[in-house]
Design a binder for this molecule. Structure first.
Ligand code: ASP
Length: 343
């Protein structure tokens, strides 16, 4: 069988990875990403063709928003049939949000979209950027029978490839900055690149790629804490034009049973605003009805977020509201795993 060299598109949106230190001033500055191969000559050794596209004005990922998500999606969509895989570089701070969002935006994906970045700039002597970038590209080029092995949105960082919509940033200073608490890594990089094949999404050539770009951002996270008062909860739940709430609860989905709290929540649910119960715990799942403190939530129609991360819940909510899913179907659809984001 003929094998052709894979074409990879490297998309640079910003973040630490694309910075170099100006040794005269000691300040970090963005460098011309077109010259990436000069910075990492090892890229020439990879068995693939690499093309690069950079945002005109690279951003710190704290400034990431749905408009930029659509920009990234457009770049991938325009190049989808020309390329075999995509590597997206963003800052790490909001990478899990962006990568989760892209996972929902690309339906029937059959090619890899691998997010990565770094904790230290590419020009730093001790940088983690080289390994992250080189292996992310290698993963995106991995094929079997001339077809990409990874057909979903992944996040590669510090020797592990994760399903992107399962990840969360856990460290501001360790190289091992991400975790996927409720789902094992899709691949691990050591002497060999080992794929956990039984977990990988399979190629499916039947359905055509759909790129969903209607993202609605009229949502809020309501994080509970002991002593949260009525005024605060009321202000949040009565935000004009609010269309969705991620309710960050305790443990297995528990919340206060005070009447004022339950009444405010019920009023929200009755207005057909979806309220998603997501646990504040890093590991484990919501299990509504296990305790009395979640029973009422279940009864009034709060939606079970199961073991979804907050990042992914935000992305899924914005996506489903953007798609104008009807309120009668919303709960069922949210509680269904659409891209492997929940167990
Ligand atoms: N503040 C940076 C960003 O998220 C940090 C990083 O790149 O890792 O854009």
């Amino acid at each position: 069988m003929d094998t052709k060299i894979p074409n990879i598109l490297l998309i640079y949106t910003g973040g630490t990875i694309g910075m170099i230190k100006d040794y005269k001033t000691n300040a970090l500055k963005a460098f011309n990403f077109k010259k990436i191969k000069e910075k990492i000559p090892e890229l020439n050794l990879l068995d693939c063709e690499i093309q690069t596209i950079s945002f005109d004005l690279p951003i710190d990922s704290s400034n990431m928003n749905p408009e930029y998500w659509v920009n990234i999606a457009n770049i991938i969509q325009e190049n989808y049939y020309k390329m075999d895989g995509f590597v997206v570089l963003t800052g790490t701070d909001t990478m899990s949000y962006t990568a989760s969002a892209l996972s929902f935006m690309f339906e029937n994906l059959n090619k890899p979209i691998i997010f990565t970045g770094s904790q230290l700039p590419i020009g730093d002597l001790r940088t983690d950027a080289k390994e992250n970038l080189i292996t992310a590209i290698q993963i995106a080029t991995t094929q079997e029978d001339n077809l990409p092995l990874i057909t979903e949105v992944g996040l590669y960082f510090e020797y592990k490839l994760y399903r992107a919509n399962r990840t969360t940033k856990i460290s501001a200073d360790h190289f091992d900055a991400f975790n996927s608490p409720n789902f094992p890594p899709l691949a691990e990089s050591g002497v060999h690149l080992n794929f956990n094949r039984s977990l990988l999404k399979k190629q499916s050539n039947i359905q055509k790629l759909k790129v969903r770009k209607k993202i609605d951002d009229s949502i809020v996270i309501l994080k509970l804490f002991p002593g949260i008062n009525k005024k605060v909860v009321q202000c949040i739940l009565e935000i004009p034009d609010l269309k969705g709430v991620v309710l960050e609860t305790y443990g297995s989905g528990n919340a206060p049973t005070s009447k004022w709290f339950l009444d405010l929540l019920k009023k929200t649910v009755d207005k057909k605003i979806p309220v998603i119960n997501v646990t504040q715990c890093i590991y484990g799942s919501v299990l509504m009805g296990l305790y009395e403190t979640s029973n009422e939530l279940k009864k009034m129609g709060v939606i079970d977020g199961k073991d979804i991360t907050t990042e992914s819940a935000i992305a899924k909510l914005k996506y489903l509201i953007g798609e104008k899913v009807s309120s009668s179907e919303f709960g069922n659809i949210f509680q269904t795993s659409l891209r492997g984001e929940m167990s």
